[in-house]
Design a binder for this molecule. Structure first.
Ligand code: GLN
Length: 547
């Protein structure tokens, strides 16, 4: 049976709960324990799949095809443990399950209530897979006191009672604001936040206090006294220059020790921090810089492409070079020549996206990269745009486009080189989709394998011809354009195992031009940079030496 750490937040949102949870996971691993991280989100969406990236940041897709919160990306990047569908739980999902059970008559005519029916459902989800790991870390989204969060707080309170003593602890993150006028750190908001937590029956065992200023021992002791927490379990959390410093930084201030103490695990196994020391060494001792242009749509909110930004950093770490990524709104290139913008970069990345807006600009960015020999990585929509560019400008399909844009506009304007796929094979079974399926259910989602062409650039990059990557898209490049495009130099170097779905394209004779139908960024880790990102940054480095 796993030990559980429930992580909650108070005072304000955006304190870095996800990062603290992920770093704690990494620290427990460094001490030889196995972990799984889980996110409980109080919002009513069934999953984040239909939420706008502008509002909610990136949708993180798991191997088993769940569309989850971007915090699960942090969890994977810090622990290397692949998240599953069951690691992302929202109120919407819980209520849907409860209501479906009610309709099926499973509650035997009882009145359905938040306690016990909703809380039991939450507890069932929390318990999934608890015989597989030493520690289960569950982060509760939002802050204590939120109305929506109450069933989750109540469920974790009950959960701790249901388990044997000493199997469950609570870790709470708060903020110590600094008042410049009086030169003081204020502990009152933290005291109130803990009071709020205790009023619903939860006593934190570990308090993580975010602060921009060093926390004096006197203040630490005061927080411990007023919040009923041991002084060495009051953990300061200061701003970091890189998120990847978090495991080492939290270790220095004793977070892992405080957690193990709270469980009474003594003596604590010695930690091996070499993985994180190497990560920091690569970040701190990088030489030089490459500049990468990301030509996309959701450029105002960096979180919308969180995993891409991180994977680029990892690619830099693999090559011991700093990566400066800059976001360019693709729409600019619809009425302006891309050259004056893009000439300043050593590589161009066109990320995934939905809808027509900005796509003509992305096509022009792909054309620029192809013609000028600048390294190009096209991800999902970025691959589709590279194919459309080649179809229009090399294969003579002047009105090549994607069915997605015609569907959106409600009229036919393009020859669909990229079309809506409604049935495909996953593993050994067939998947079918109807246009009338609800929004959440019409995509090719999750891990699919691909067979790479021997001798291709991409096979060299991966060092293998057999790969598995995560997908999230509705449209596919039409295989009937393979021959005309290959005869113009765009090789289809990766295909689905049944040979029907193009997975990877690359331009022959170009130094580095690769488009992939999947999302490699989702699998990149700081301690294991994804080969496509490592290869892309290596190509950018070579480009930087040319110009
Ligand atoms: N909109 C495209 C599709 O659905 C690409 C999706 C993406 O880039 N994730 O196929």
């Amino acid at each position: 049976m796993a030990r559980y750490v429930f992580i909650t937040g108070g005072v304000v949102s955006s304190l870095g709960k996800g990062l603290a949870s992920a770093a704690l996971g990494a620290l427990l691993q460094a001490r030889g324990f196995s972990v799984r991280l889980r996110k409980l989100d109080p919002y009513l969406n069934v999953d984040p799949g239909t939420m706008s990236p502008f509002e909610h940041g990136e949708v993180f897709v798991t191997d088993d095809g769940a569309e989850t919160d971007l915090d699960l990306g942090h969890y994977e990047r810090f622990t290397g443990v692949s998240a599953r569908k069951t690691d992302s739980i929202s109120s919407g999902r819980i209520y849907t399950n409860v209501l479906e059970k009610e309709r099926r008559g499973e509650y035997l005519g009882k009145t359905i209530q938040v306690i016990p029916h909703v809380t039991n459902e939450i507890k069932d989800w929390i318990s999934v897979g608890d015989d597989e790991v030493d520690f289960m870390l569950c982060e509760i989204g939002g802050t204590v006191g939120d109305i929506e969060g109450l069933p989750f707080f109540e469920a974790i309170r009950q959960f701790a009672q249901d388990r044997p003593r000493g199997q469950v602890i609570f870790m709470h993150l708060t903020l110590l604001p600094y008042l410049a006028a009086s030169g003081e750190l204020k502990t009152k908001p933290t005291q109130h936040s803990v009071k709020e937590l205790r009023s619903i029956g939860l006593q934190p065992d570990v308090l993580v206090c975010r602060s921009e200023q060093p926390i004096p021992d006197k203040e630490r002791a005061k927080i411990a006294l007023f919040c009923n927490v041991r002084p060495d379990a009051v953990i300061p959390a200061y701003d970091l220059k890189s998120i990847y410093e978090a495991p080492l930084a939290y270790h220095r201030v004793g977070l892992d020790q405080a957690v193990l103490d709270a469980f009474g695990i003594s003596p604590a196994p010695k930690p091996d921090m070499s993985r994180w020391e190497d990560v920091m060494d690569r970040l701190d001792n990088a030489e030089g810089e490459v500049r990468v242009a990301i030509v996309g749509k959701y450029v105002q909110l960096e979180d919308a492409y969180k995993s891409i930004a991180e994977a680029l950093t990892h690619g830099g770490m693999a090559n011991r070079v700093r990566v400066k990524a800059e976001w360019i709104d693709a729409e600019i290139f619809e009425h302006e020549d891309p050259a004056p913008y893009l000439e300043n970069y050593h590589a161009i990345l066109v990320p995934g996206g939905f809808g027509e807006r900005g796509t003509e600009g992305k096509i022009r960015a792909a054309q620029f990269a192809r013609e000028k020999g600048v390294p190009y990585l096209g991800i999902c929509l970025g691959m589709q745009m590279a194919v459309i560019e080649a179809a229009r400008n090399l294969a003579g399909v002047k009105d090549a486009g994607s069915e997605e844009f015609d569907h959106e506009a409600g009229k036919k304007r393009f020859t669909p080189v990229v079309y809506h796929l409604k049935e495909w094979v996953q593993g050994n079974h067939r998947v079918e989709r109807k246009v009338t399926d609800d929004k959440g259910g019409t995509m090719r989602l999750g891990a699919y394998s691909a067979a790479l062409k021997e001798g291709s650039k991409v096979a060299e990059v991966y060092g293998s011809t057999d790969i598995e990557e995560r997908h999230r898209h509705r449209y596919e490049v039409d295989i009937k354009y393979r021959e005309p495009l290959e005869s113009c130099g765009l090789t289809f170097s990766g295909m689905s195992p049944d040979g029907r779905l193009p997975e990877i394209v690359e331009h022959k004779g170009h130094p580095w031009f690769i488009g992939v139908q999947f999302h490699p960024e989702l699998k990149s880790k700081p301690f294991a940079p994804h080969p496509l990102f490592a290869g892309f940054i290596k190509a950018a480095l070579e480009q930087s030496r040319l110009v």
